[in-house]
Design a protein around this ligand. Structure first.
Ligand code: DAH
Length: 339
C-alpha cells in the first residue's frame, strides 16, 4: 500500500511538472484528489485492509493527499504569477496617446443671435417672456385687431389644429397675454417659434422664429420707438448703423412702419448684399392700436405703447452672411462649426 501511494504521489508530481497552464493543473487536481480520483479510490478500498492496519494506512493516505495538495498549490501560485506577468507585458497602456475626443455638437446661429438680441434688450430694462406656440384664434388674430374675414387668417397660411386652436403664425399674441395680466408699465420681448404653411425655399420655412417687443406706459410716443430701435440696431450691427422707417400696415399698430438698417456691408453705398439699395429691411413696428389696448383691458386715453416684431432667422442670416435659410435647419455640424 505504501508503495502504491508513493507511486500515486510520483505520478502526480510528474504530471504537475508537465503542466503548462492553469487548466492543466486543475485537471491534475481532479484526477488525483477529486471524487473519482486515484486517492479517493484508495480510501474506498480501505474496507479490504485489516482493521488493525487501517489507522496507519489512513494516515499515509492523508499525508500523500496533503503533499500533493501542497505541491499543486505551489505550482498554481507560480503559474498565476507567470500569467499575470505576461499579461502586464502584453497589455501595455500608453498613457501618452491622445485621448478620444467627446463630440459635443455646436451652438446654433439662431440661438447665438437670440441671446445677443436678449442681451441688448435686457440691458435696456426689458423682461424676456415666453408665450404658447399653440394659440386660440382670439390671441393670434382677434385680440390683435384682425377680424374674422381678414386675409392674414387665410387657411393657406395658418396651421389649424381644429376650429378653436392653431399654431401661432406670429409672436404678437404674447403681447395680449402680457397685457391681460394687468401689470403696468410693460417692457418685454418675447422670442419664440412661429408656424406658417409656406413652401421651403432659401428664404421661407413652415417653422421659424420671431422676437416680439412691447412697451406700454404713460406718454409713449413714436420717438421712443425710433430711439429704442436705433439703439438696438447700433448694438447689434455696429455703431455706424443708421435706421429708416417706411410707412406700412399692420392691424395691431397705428401708425405702422417697417424699419430698414443701412447696409453694414457697404455702409449704404449699395452692394450685392443690399441689392444695390444701401438698406436692409429687418423688422415691423408701430404704436399699439387703441383697439388692441382696449381689448386687453388697458385704457388708451391713459396709456400708449409701441410694438415691434423681428424675424430671428433674417437677423441670423444677415449677421453671419448665410445665403440660404435651409442651412439653418439641416443641423449639419460641419456647417454649424463655422459660427
Ligand atoms: N407680427 C408681424 C408679422 O408676423 C410682425 C410685427 C409687426 C410685430 C409690427 C409687431 C409689430 O409687434 O408692431 O409680420
Amino acid at each position: 500500500m505504501k508503495e502504491k501511494l508513493e507511486k500515486i504521489k510520483q505520478d502526480a508530481i510528474a504530471q504537475i511538472e508537465k503542466s503548462d497552464a492553469l487548466e492543466a493543473l486543475n485537471e491534475v487536481r481532479v484526477n488525483f484528489l477529486g471524487k473519482k480520483g486515484e486517492l479517493t479510490a484508495v480510501l474506498k478500498s480501505m474496507k479490504d485492509v485489516a482493521p488493525e492496519d487501517r489507522p496507519k494506512v489512513g494516515q499515509f493516505v492523508n499525508e500523500t493527499r496533503a503533499e500533493i495538495e501542497r505541491i499543486l498549490d505551489e505550482a498554481t501560485k507560480k503559474m498565476e504569477k507567470l500569467k499575470r506577468e505576461s499579461q502586464m507585458k502584453n497589455e501595455v497602456i500608453d498613457v501618452t496617446l491622445p485621448a478620444k475626443k467627446n463630440m459635443v455638437g455646436h451652438r446654433h446661429p439662431n440661438v447665438t443671435t437670440q441671446e445677443e438680441v436678449e442681451r441688448i434688450f435686457i440691458g435696456m430694462g426689458y423682461e424676456v417672456v415666453e408665450g404658447p406656440e399653440i394659440e386660440t384664434d382670439y390671441y393670434n388674430f382677434e385680440a390683435l385687431n384682425i377680424p374674422a374675414d381678414h386675409p392674414a387668417k387665410d387657411e393657406q397660411d395658418t396651421f389649424y389644429i381644429n376650429g378653436d386652436f392653431l399654431l401661432r403664425t406670429q409672436t404678437s399674441g404674447t403681447q395680449v397675454h402680457v397685457m391681460e395680466k394687468g401689470k403696468l408699465p410693460i417692457r418685454m420681448i418675447a422670442p419664440g417659434r412661429v408656424f406658417r404653411s409656406d413652401e421651403v425655399d432659401a428664404t421661407h420655412s413652415p417653422s421659424f422664429h420671431q422676437i416680439e417687443g412691447l412697451v406700454i406706459d404713460k406718454h409713449i410716443t413714436f420717438a421712443d420707438l425710433k430711439g429704442t430701435l436705433a439703439e438696438f440696431s447700433k448694438e447689434l450691427f455696429g455703431e455706424d448703423t443708421k435706421v429708416r422707417f417706411r410707412p406700412h400696415h399692420f392691424n395691431f399698430t397705428e401708425p405702422s412702419a417697417e424699419m430698414d438698417i443701412s447696409c453694414f456691408k457697404c455702409g449704404g453705398k449699395g452692394c450685392r448684399f443690399c441689392k444695390g439699395t444701401g438698406w436692409i429691411e429687418i423688422l415691423g413696428c408701430g404704436l399699439v392700436h387703441p383697439n388692441v389696448l382696449r381689448m386687453s383691458g388697458i385704457d388708451p386715453e391713459e396709456y400708449s405703447g409701441f410694438a415691434f416684431g423681428i424675424g430671428l432667422e433674417r437677423i441670423a442670416l444677415l449677421k453671419y452672411e448665410i445665403d440660404d435659410m435651409r442651412l439653418l435647419y439641416e443641423n449639419d455640424v460641419r456647417f454649424l462649426k463655422q459660427f
